[in-house]
Design a protein around this ligand. Structure first.
Ligand SMILES: [Zn+2]
Length: 491
């Protein structure tokens, strides 16, 4: 796919005789385009200077008009500046509309810049689980959107309990955020998110595994993607069995806690048995809170298009990495052209003589990274950052300091968790611990990015990554990032 942006600069001199008329500056759209950015400028020249308004038309219609209110705007497939209509960008002749409201005797010259963005693959960050005033949350839809934007997120899923009104309230596209319609089926026997359709549930009143099977099966038939949420939560576990139709499991709900360790261990067991289940995470944020925040965790999804369906397609393919925070440790895992969520075909395994893996780690701050397969932990790396290095530049010193801030916060979260789980502390299965018989290799991270290589075996079912950080003063480590697997096709 073409990833480069293309830019045109167009000039339109306007004569006095054209005052109070509408002019067009035409340009052609050829091939797939997902966003057009437009900016314009001219010599203003004070009270007696020119006044030129702006708008846009597509091959079919007027797309928007901002008069003299904006110097720049954009239209995209599902996002647009207020005043403009988002929609598929048709090929053909488009035109920037200029309104020559006031033109002085000497005329004016308007410079119009048009930039096209072609559809291209990228990681997009978002939150897949949250609540608003449409159920038991305190956030209005606008507050939830603002909170997600302030955290640097690009999509949010609307997963209020047992209702669809949030999806109808959010029908208008947002300028920055993709709004993924959803609902959290919330029963007395467990919770499940259905993502991707605005009206997924005919009836949420599920009390038996048979009813869960029917409701979730129907939600899937309507196009919904089903994730079983916080399945080992002490207060609201999933008690309807794992034979119901589902696509994913929420292994990471809110701050990293024991219930997440248990979900992770269960997921690893399933993967080791050859099942393919996508691991998701979401904040489950309901209101302003010190520990529960939008984007904690963040789901990073590989998307081929800046659309809701683009994000959902990435999720369906398992192209998902979960991060403690939007700007926390991030990781990628690939073998040649095959990445997270992909299956490396047998012919590629044979041609390469195994599974050579490339591991990219960004923003790690003293994390321990473990490579997992169906056999358990295969390799461990300690990513060492120069903590108090007097030779370090200002940028590195700042990064090291930020690391400690995060660690203090994590300690507070764990203390909070210990209170919450009082009287109901499930044992953490041994498999969930990052401790293993594999000796860690020490990797000095000179800058924010570390690349590691590992020669994987053809007989492993999958490989996946976990990054954890020890919390000062506590005998526990916290997940900072985890990937979904790269699968290996077996002979
Ligand atoms: Zn829930």
């Amino acid at each position: 796919m073409e990833t480069k942006k293309e830019r045109l600069v167009l000039r339109r001199p306007i004569g006095k005789h054209e005052e109070r008329s509408y002019l067009e500056v035409a340009f052609a759209v050829e091939g797939p385009v997902e966003r057009i950015d437009i900016a314009y400028r001219y010599e203003r020249g004070g009270a007696s200077g020119p006044v030129v308004d702006i708008g846009l038309r597509s091959p079919e219609r007027i797309v928007g008009w901002s008069g003299g209110a904006r110097e720049a705007f954009f239209v995209g497939t599902e996002k647009a500046t207020p005043g403009y209509l988002a929609g598929p960008i048709a090929e053909g002749e488009w035109a920037v509309l200029l309104g020559a409201y006031k033109i002085p005797e000497g005329g004016a010259e308007v410079i119009v810049e048009v930039e096209f963005a072609r559809p291209h693959g990228r990681w997009m960050k978002g939150d897949l689980h949250m609540h608003s005033v449409h159920s038991d949350g305190s956030y209005t839809m606008e507050q939830a959107k603002d909170s997600c934007k302030s955290r640097g997120l690009e999509f949010m899923a609307l997963t209020d309990h047992n209702t669809a009104s949030q999806n109808f309230a959010a029908l208008a596209p947002d300028e920055q955020l993709l709004l993924i319609p959803g609902v959290e089926l919330t029963s007395y026997f467990g919770h499940a998110n259905v993502l991707g359709v605005p009206d997924a549930l005919r009836d949420f009143r599920v009390t038996t595994p048979e009813q869960a099977e029917e409701a979730l099966g129907e939600a899937r038939e309507r196009g919904g993607f089903v994730s079983l949420n916080h399945p080992f939560c002490p207060s609201c576990p999933w008690e309807l069995g794992f034979d119901v139709p589902f696509d994913a499991i929420e292994v990471w709900n809110g701050p990293w806690r024991t219930l997440n360790e248990r979900a992770l261990a269960w997921w690893q067991e399933q993967l080791a048995q050859g099942r393919r289940i996508i691991a998701l995470g979401g904040s489950d944020a309901h209101r302003e809170d010190r520990f529960v925040k939008h984007g904690r965790p963040t789901a990073s999804v590989w998307t081929e298009a800046d659309t809701v369906q683009g994000v959902l397609a990435g999720i369906r393919q398992g192209r998902v990495v979960l991060q403690f925070d939007p700007d926390e440790t991030c990781m990628a895992l690939a073998s040649g052209k095959y990445g997270i969520g992909d299956t490396i075909p047998r012919h590629a395994v044979e041609e390469q003589g195994g599974v050579p893996l490339t591991i990219d780690i960004c923003s790690a701050k003293g994390d321990r990274v473990a490579l997992w397969s169906d056999r358990g932990i295969e390799a461990v790396w300690d990513i060492v950052v120069p903590a108090d290095n007097s030779d370090a530049g200002g940028w590195e010193a700042e990064a090291a300091e930020a690391g400690w801030t995060v660690q203090r916060e994590i300690a507070a979260i764990l203390a909070f968790d210990a209170q919450e789980d009082k009287g109901c502390v499930p044992a953490i299965p041994a498999g969930a611990s990052a401790e293993s018989g594999v000796a860690p290799q020490r990797i000095e991270a000179e800058n924010a990015h570390v690349r590691l290589r590992f020669q994987g075996s053809a007989d492993r079912l999958f490989y996946r990554l976990e990054a954890r950080r020890d919390v000062e003063g506590l005998k526990r480590s916290v997940m900072t990032c985890m990937t979904n697997p790269v699968y290996v096709e077996q002979a």
